[in-house]
Design a protein around this ligand. Structure first.
Ligand code: ZN
Length: 477
């Protein structure tokens, strides 16, 4: 195990290296793909659990649709096929024979899902219809980075159909709020809600809403999207229903998704020079117990006592493990679990055993004076529960503080552009709405991340026209 690259000066390498050393991923023989190892997958499973619960509360039920989609389906929606064509993986041979119709490995599932909606929606009584799919998708990306952009990734995609546009818009916003809430309350990652400009919109959508994050290196990360598809896909797939008055109508549709990119967001947002830092509510392991002994006899009595502590914490709903491994030293164990970002460590040595206490260590507390606390065994459960919740909220407030320090109010691109180019960061500015003014940010490798709800900047960042809305400009992952 080598030392991690310096997170402050070499963030990109730190990220690649920490993922491998902490056994979140491993390289795979397939270009642009990677293997998610059990520790990384456990984090994704915790994200899934939290998200799945909330998706069901939105009224969507889980279903599963085929991985392979007839190529002609994608061609039915002109903008959709134009947007996705460069990224498609296409199967042309099956069972050793040339296929009559090539099959596309799904880049997203609107086409196949709306072809089914056409069969399932015939009357206004069938609406609203809401399904969610947990699946893998493939997009032929050229430049890849684990979790952030890869050939294959995992996600959920929600798809809904409604009688009115208002109802569809409401669903789009509710889904977006779920994403923001999970990011902030579970993953402790601040999420900025906004709307995409036309050029950044999902191919085939009327409008695309998003939550954006700002990573410690000052680059923005699109963390989830929610699309108002309105009539585009339902019209292409002949989804029609008879309304209460007998007339035939087209439903308003939405789709929304959050991916394994969320794992990357967690790791980038909270990691430090010692490795990962897991937000307690998503951590695969929240507490690790480590016995500190010299003799085999000490080991056996300490492990016995710590097993009791483990049960007490586990009964309180804490994800806890006892590292009783005889083959490694306590120091090696500290290193191992700090690298994996376990939020709380509980140690016990012979002296602690004699006075029936434990030593509780906070993973994120840098000030060593406050890092370790002696806690009476009887108080350990309450203390640890409280500490986990403190760590959870401190991680979010630390991340918010950091984001605010890189979020600038700016007027003219010519003034803030060089700073964006050299130091990254998030720039809130005004925009007249013209595509050429949006494109001007490319001069400094920037992109317009989203249009904000608040409107403070009076003139356009590029031309002399009045600003129609505030936008966020940043380099993006
Ligand atoms: Zn302009």
């Amino acid at each position: 195990m080598s030392k991690l690259p310096d997170i402050r000066t070499n963030f990109a390498e730190w990220y690649q290296e920490v993922l491998v050393q902490a056994e979140v991923i491993d390289a795979s023989p397939t270009r642009g793909c990677f293997v998610i190892r059990p520790y990384g997958y456990a984090l994704w499973e915790n994200i899934q659990k939290e998200l799945d619960k909330r998706i069901k509360e939105l009224g969507a039920q889980n279903a599963y649709f085929p991985l392979l989609i007839p190529k002609s389906f994608l061609e039915r929606e002109a903008k959709h096929v134009e947007g996705f064509s460069p990224e498609l993986a296409v199967v042309t041979i099956g069972g050793g024979k040339q296929l009559e119709e090539p099959l596309v490995v799904r880049p997203t599932s609107e086409t196949i899902i709306y072809s089914m909606f056409a069969r399932w929606i015939t009357s206004w009584r069938d609406l609203p219809l809401a399904v969610n799919q947990w699946a893998n998708v493939v997009r032929w990306e050229m430049r890849t980075r684990p979790f952030v952009r890869s050939l294959e990734f995992l996600w959920q995609e929600g798809h809904t159909a409604h009688r009115t546009r208002e109802e569809a818009v409401e669903m789009v916003m509710r889904a977006l709020n779920v994403y923001k809430e999970v990011y902030e309350n579970i993953l402790a990652v601040p999420a900025i809600p906004g709307i995409k400009t036309e050029s950044e919109r999902f191919a085939g959508a009327d409008s695309t809403y998003c939550v954006e994050g700002l990573m410690p290196d000052g680059k923005a990360l699109q963390m989830a999207t929610s699309h108002l598809l309105a009539h585009s896909f339902p019209e292409s797939f002949d989804v029609r229903y008879q309304d209460a008055d007998g007339s035939m109508r087209v439903p308003y549709c939405t789709s929304w998704g959050m991916t394994t990119r969320s794992v990357g967001a967690v790791i980038m947002t909270h990691g430090d020079e010692q490795g990962l830092v897991m937000p307690p509510l998503a951590a695969p392991v929240q507490v690790v117990l480590i016995p500190i002994y010299k003799t085999a006899e000490e080991r056996s009595t300490l492990c016995e006592k710590l097993e009791q502590v483990r049960r007490e914490l586990s009964d309180a709903g804490i994800r806890v493990m006892l590292d009783a491994n005889e083959a490694t030293t306590p120091g090696a164990k500290f290193f191992h679990w700090e690298l994996r970002g376990v939020p709380v460590r509980v140690e016990m040595g012979p002296k602690d055993l004699a006075s029936d206490q434990v030593v509780v260590v906070n993973r994120i507390e840098r000030d060593k004076a406050q890092k370790k606390t002696m806690v009476a065994h009887g108080q350990a459960k309450a203390f640890v529960l409280n500490l986990l919740s403190t760590i959870q909220s401190n991680l979010l407030s630390n991340a918010r503080t950091r984001m605010q320090s890189q979020w600038y109010q700016a007027e003219k691109l010519a003034e803030f552009g060089p700073q964006l180019d050299q130091n990254n960061g998030l720039y809130q500015t005004g925009w007249c709405g013209k595509a050429e003014c949006e494109a001007s940010v490319k001069t400094y490798k920037g992109t317009v991340r989203c249009i904000l709800q608040e409107h403070n900047h009076k003139t356009c960042l590029h031309c002399s026209s009045a600003s129609k809305s505030d936008i966020l400009v940043a380099k993006a992952y």
